[in-house]
Ligand binder design. Structure first.
Ligand code: IMP
Length: 191
């Protein structure tokens, strides 16, 4: 299966490739994505996929992805704003959660894939966990140094890229995408 990923985030490309080792995934050849103004992850992921569609071969599946971290103690924030709410999102999250008892959080990853005939597949993956107060670990990106998944004792940045490839919100969403395309008989071909 060959697909084009509509993202400017190199980490996401690496994670898609690790999670779907049988796929040939290339970046959409554009850097000028429109601003993420949607009020849902689906709307933002669709915006990226539709933009990617314009810059991809007609017979390619184009994959748009939007993700974020939702802290229960911040009423689900920063959520959709995770990439934009601060120059250093980790520092701000630690600051906002200082003194907050409820440290539960979850990662969300929503994928909108658009096929050669304009058909659309929407899938989501989540990862429950908690935000810890000190950074730890060097792998992953974004909030990974302060996010400990449920059932684990280390941060995602400590657990590492191989762990993410099987267990992350993004890995779960990509598996759901592969299963959906398999069911629809679309998992052959594409460019
Ligand atoms: P966007 O999908 O480009 O809007 O960016 C989502 C933002 O959410 C990223 O810039 C990160 O701050 C955060 N995020 C999404 N997925 C992850 C992840 O796997 N690890 C850590 N942070 C993430």
């Amino acid at each position: 299966m060959r697909a084009r990923l509509a993202t400017g985030n190199r980490h996401k490309l690496d994670e898609f490739r690790r999670a779907l080792p049988d796929w040939e995934i290339e970046l959409v050849e554009t850097t000028s994505y429109p601003p993420e103004t949607g009020s849902t992850y689906v709307a933002n992921a669709r915006g990226k996929a539709e933009h990617g569609r314009l810059h991809s071969p007609g017979d390619a599946w184009v994959v748009g992805e939007d993700s974020g971290i939702e802290a229960m103690g911040l009423k689900g924030g920063p959520g959709l704003e995770s990439a934009r709410w601060a120059a250093d999102g980790v520092a701000r999250l630690l600051e906002e959660l200082d003194g907050v008892g409820d440290r539960r959080a979850r990662y969300v990853c929503t994928i909108v894939a658009i096929g050669p005939e304009g058909q659309e597949v929407v899938v989501e993956g989540t990862l429950e966990g908690a935000v810890v107060s000190e950074r730890s670990g060097n792998e992953g990106f974004g909030y990974d140094p302060i996010f400990v998944p449920e059932g684990e004792t280390h941060t995602v940045a400590d657990l590492g890229d191989a762990w993410k490839a099987s267990n992350s919100h993004r890995a779960r969403a990509t598996r759901a995408l592969a299963a959906a395309l398999q069911r629809s008989g679309s998992s052959r071909g594409g460019r």
